[in-house]
Design a protein around this ligand. Structure first.
Ligand SMILES: Cc1cc2nc3c(=O)[nH]c(=O)nc-3n(C[C@H](O)[C@H](O)[C@H](O)COP(=O)(O)OP(=O)(O)OC[C@H]3O[C@@H](n4cnc5c(N)ncnc54)[C@H](O)[C@@H]3O)c2cc1C
Ligand code: FES
Length: 262
């Protein structure tokens, strides 16, 4: 289906924020799902051929949703050039979603662009009476984006930067480890190694954790088997498709060494 671009604005130098008119995706009620978008170098071209996956960041109205993108390569550079009023091909909503707690103190852990699904997640959790603490890590202050929005939608924002230019200096895992006993559940999205470290902290503390994985995806709908993740079940390790059975998984079940090697 086609979605019209309502707005597309840079966020700092490395990111963009786009609003798309698409009632089918904007009617999504669950947080953590994603969609695929087709970005084309020009109207007649089919290049790049593969759609790109992005988290649904926020629902702006009954027919408009937004997403946040980090400019890392060809597709995202083309996205940054798209103009208001143009149309993009989209598929979604796709994948599963976070199982949200009610009336609990919970932590969100985001690394880099892992912040994208956390905006809708924070809003939904607060709507269910949760106290939401967001731990948000990046290399430096310029990686910690949309701070005003985040401060409004969370009870507490804890920025963490590796160079100490904003918030706590170091890795996002340090304050999470220190405060883990405050939380009933952790929801995390970011680089796989960060997720593995947060999962270790939760496992030691006996705290539930759900992680959203950004695996490379080709089809996004379960057909190509290009996004398999090794998950430990009672019967042994099984391969699950990140695009259909994920992107959200119980952190305790992921085969982390296999994921981080891959
Ligand atoms: C379920 C899901 C949700 C996602 N949500 C977001 C989001 O909300 N915002 C966002 O900015 N990005 C998100 N991503 C990652 C995003 O899809 C990729 O960054 C994007 O497809 C890169 O496209 P490109 O053409 O610009 O880069 P390419 O030219 O294809 O690649 C450039 C670089 O990015 C790396 N890359 C490509 N795809 C991924 C990926 N899936 N994960 C990590 N690195 C990748 C490549 O290895 C390469 O180093 C998500 C991925 C998944 C699977
Ligand atoms: S991306 Fe094709 S099966 Fe998941």
């Amino acid at each position: 289906m086609n979605a019209q671009i309502i707005s597309n604005a840079p966020v700092g130098t490395k990111f963009g924020y786009m609003e798309l008119k698409c009632p089918e995706i904007a009617s999504e009620k669950n947080a953590g799902r994603f969609f695929m978008v087709s970005v084309r170098s020009d109207e007649k071209s089919i290049d790049p051929i593969l759609k790109r996956p992005f988290a649904i960041c926020d629902i702006k109205s009954p027919d408009t949703f937004s997403f946040l993108y980090m400019i890392v390569g060809r597709g995202t550079s083309l996205l940054a050039k798209c103009r208001q009023g143009e149309y993009l091909g989209v598929t979604g909503p796709l994948g599963n979603y976070f199982k949200l707690e009610k009336n609990a103190s919970v932590a969100l852990a985001a690394g880099g662009i892992g912040i994208a699904p956390m905006i809708m997640t924070a809003k939904k959790l607060r709507g269910q009476g949760c106290r939401v603490t967001l731990f948000y890590g990046g290399r430096s202050a310029s990686d910690i984006i949309m701070r005003d929005t985040l401060e409004n939608i969370c009870d507490e924002l804890v920025p963490v930067t590796e160079d100490g230019s904003l918030g706590i200096k170091g890795l996002v895992t340090a304050p999470i480890k220190e405060r883990i006993s405050e939380f009933r559940k952790v929801y995390a999205c970011g680089p796989n190694r960060m997720l593995m470290a947060v999962n270790d902290i939760c496992s030691e503390a006996g705290t539930d954790i759900e992680v959203s994985l950004d695996e490379h995806m080709a089809c996004g709908v379960g057909a190509c088997l290009g996004c398999l993740v090794a998950v430990k079940e009672k019967t042994g390790t099984v391969m699950k498709r990140c695009c259909v059975e994920g992107p959200v998984f119980n952190g305790a079940k992921i085969d982390w060494p296999a994921l981080c090697r891959g």
